[in-house]
Design a protein around this ligand. Sequence first.
Ligand code: PLP
Length: 435
Amino acid sequence: MSKNSDLQKRRDAAIARGISNQLPVFVARARNAEIWDVEGRRYVDFASGIAVVNTGHLHPRVQAAVAAQLDAFSHTCFMVTPYAVAVELAERLNKLAPGPTAKKSIFVTTGAEAVENAIKIARAHTGRAGVIAFGGGFHGRTFMAMALTGKVAPYKATFGPFPAEIYHAPFPIAYHGVSTRDSLDALEHIFKYDIEPTRVAAIIVEPVLGEGGFYIAPPEFLQALRKLCDQHGIVLVIDEIQTGFARTGRMFAIEYAGIEPDIMTMAKSLAGGFPLAAVVGKAAIMDAAAPGGLGGTYAGSPIACAAALAVLDVIESEKLCDSAVRIGRHMVERLRALAKSTHAIGEVRGLGAMVAVEVVKRSSTREPDPDLTKAIVKQAAAKGLVLLSCGIYGNVIRFLAPLTAPDEIISEGLGSFEESVVELTSTSLTPAVNL
Ligand SMILES: Cc1ncc(COP(=O)(O)O)c(C=O)c1O
């Protein structure tokens, strides 16, 4: 039997250190919301491979769709000899994307690539160069995506220079004293001090910051961005890579703001664990790039497209938007009960099943505690719970359980989290609210 410790030694010797390693746990198998490591230990999965398996690990319908596609063919390159699964998926995404305007799609392989292509399309459509993004936003690790990302360490440090004409405004985070008005004023300052709006091709924003700490953009902020973009002919790009596919209780988080994006980027849970990303937008904008300007050898892999069609079926037939709301409500209830008994949790927030706690030195000062955050994640892992941290200050713990997770697994995971917090702080646990 392989041992985690042996594999960890081999991993460290074989893999460059730039790839982070949250837990020294090597996976043997995973189903729905559970993972088993190579030593046979079981874990409850509250990470979902960073928001990728909203439909759970190896959902039987996804598995069957992939197996059927593998029987037919695995790759021909969509740009050479196209295939129906990709066309069907584009048709479905075009219908699902919010708003009345006719949509078109392209497929690529990763979230960062979707972001790169969204900006390429926005530039081709407007003939402008500038792009505005937000502090704390995360858009990926390729050059444009990295430049748009609003966090230096560890994503940008040592990797510059970056593409030019990129500007950042603060994201509205009430908990840290930044209001919607502050963010909108900062955009006006960019237009006054840095670049005239008529040279801005795109504004890109996450409706809920993902890596940045699960801060939820107020609907009125997103509505104001829509207005600003309309006023100046700027393409509004909504990055739904982490928030998409029922995670927040709607198919896409932007639906809460009731606005129509010009372009959306999608990846992660789109294909339930197979590498697939999409750029979906208003047809007239999407058609701006000339033939051959977009694409990629693996862009729209038929296996990933088949998986994605099954994912969309599962979200619909199993009503996963409703599950996200239910899971999120229970999590927030229980975590708020825990927060009442400790100074270490400054805030519990969530949109659907995108739930987070802010770990602080004292709730009265809101001073971030990244060390305690790391310790809680480690302690929870020792109890068989996989959790992820995130946040501009590294002090947010996010809860991303598969939306197919049974109630008792959610309850078990929350119990392990509560115990970890209690053990690492002087908290006395108040009775938990049962699911
Ligand atoms: C909002 C957002 N955009 C883009 C990305 C980049 O996606 P990928 O890691 O697939 O390149 C991520 C990944 O975490 C993300 O959360």
